[in-house]
Design a protein around this ligand. Structure first.
Ligand SMILES: Nc1nc2c(ncn2[C@@H]2O[C@H](COP(=O)(O)OP(=O)(O)OP(=O)(O)O)[C@@H](O)[C@H]2O)c(=O)[nH]1
Length: 383
């Protein structure tokens, strides 16, 4: 039907986002390193276009020589297309500064100085362009390079202005040229100074960013770790448990939750002191990390309690790892200072059932632990 055929044709003529992206890719390429360089060249092209418009205007009202305007306009095009070719071909990557900001700035200033010399009574407008080029350069060049480019601009404009005032005093009266020169010098000086401040600001921001990132990483680490034992803390273990429950709901492995409680820990504190109790907790944490499987996760649950998350990689007895830990502790001093004391513990296991709130599995593990304590301690109970 005609209406059905007309619709796709109308849609085809609309510029789709895909086409815009393709056009941007054709112009700027796909290399993300080159994008900022090409964007800088885009700004140079904008300044160039403005100067070309001024040149053409000056020629059209008869105040500029058509041949000179044609030569300068061609040079502007060669300048932009030349840099575009170098950047798009990747040749710029062979230079110390692949942005080519310095040669772009120097060439732009030279061509603008040429435009200044040929635009007769409307030459004043080109002075603004000199400042604009330096402002763009300020964001890409180091302060030293900005200083050099500013000095070059001031010297160049000094020569051009003097030469123009001698050759065409009617359009370039000496007094006005002196004023223009002073203005150019002041603006270049200000840009040089600003560039230094901008660079300092950038360095400060970079340092602050690094310090903030380090502080944030440290805070994150502190928020997830138990200070005494260095193990993941209760909050971190809760997050891990939730993550495993979610993974299990999506077909991930089953897992057991185990709560370990050191037996008669109060006695250790009462007999040897709180600091000795701390050392025992640390020694227990170290030994548990050595003995348990690397896939098992242990964290401090609070006080003398630890929580174990045991992913069920293969069907079998979930208490084996904990039994190994119990055996190893039987031969090990409770802490480096308490050679003759041994640590014992009770453990309660619960398998996480799919879909249940994680608290429910923890609560079952807690009941299993209570059962282990009631049955005489130093044992494991699975519920
Ligand atoms: N040194 C030290 N002691 C702690 C810490 N946190 C909790 N405790 C002590 O751990 C002891 C726990 O005592 P109880 O709850 O009676 O348990 P228990 O003596 O181990 O007895 P059972 O669990 O029944 O075998 C208390 O004395 C707490 O003060 C800690 O960070 N460092």
């Amino acid at each position: 039907m005609p209406t059905q055929q007309a619709a796709p044709a109308a849609l085809d003529s609309l510029p789709s986002p895909g086409r815009t992206t393709r056009l941007a890719q054709a112009l700027l390429g796909t290399d993300s390193r080159q994008r900022p360089t090409l964007q800088l060249l885009g700004l140079a092209a904008l300044v160039t276009a403005t100067v070309v418009i001024l040149l053409v205007y000056a020629a059209s009202i008869g105040v500029a020589d058509v041949l000179q305007v044609a030569v300068l306009t061609s040079l502007f095009f060669i300048f932009i297309l030349g840099f575009y070719g170098v950047i798009r071909s990747g040749l710029n990557q062979r230079f110390a500064d692949p942005t080519l900001a310095m040669p772009q700035t120097i060439l732009a200033q030279t061509l603008i100085a040429g435009a200044y010399a040929v635009t007769g009574p409307v030459h004043g407008a080109t002075v603004i362009m000199l400042s604009l080029v330096m402002v763009f350069g300020m964001f890409s060049l180091r302060p030293n390079a900005v200083r050099h480019a500013s000095v070059y601009t001031v010297v160049l404009m000094g020569v051009v202005m003097y030469w123009c005032s001698q050759k065409q005093p009617l359009h370039y009266p000496l007094g006005q040229e002196l004023f223009n020169f002073a203005l150019t010098a002041i603006v270049m000086l200000a840009i040089s100074r600003l560039s230094g401040q901008l660079s300092e600001m950038r360095t400060r921001l970079k340092t602050q960013k690094i310090a903030l990132e380090q502080a944030l990483a440290h805070i994150k680490e502190m928020a997830a770790r138990d200070e005494l034992t260095g193990l993941p803390n209760r909050r971190r273990m809760m997050t891990l448990l939730q993550e495993h429950a979610t993974r299990h709901a999506r077909g991930g492995p089953r897992f057991f939750v185990c709560i370990i409680d050191l037996d008669h820990f109060k006695n250790i504190n009462d007999t040897y002191g709180h600091a000795a109790g701390d050392a025992v907790l640390r020694a227990f944490a170290t030994q548990a990390q050595v003995v348990l499987r690397t896939t098992d996760m242990i964290g401090r649950w609070g006080g003398e309690e630890f929580l174990l998350l045991l992913p069920e990689s293969a069907p079998g007895d979930p208490t084996l790892g904990v039994a190994r830990l119990r055996e190893s502790l039987a031969d090990l001093p409770a802490s480096p200072a308490l050679h003759d004391l041994r640590v014992q513990f009770s453990a309660g296991f619960a398998r996480y059932e799919e879909g249940e709130p994680i608290d429910q599995a923890i609560e079952r593990a807690d009941r299993a632990l209570y059962a282990a304590k009631s049955a005489g301690r130093n044992r494991s109970v699975v519920l």
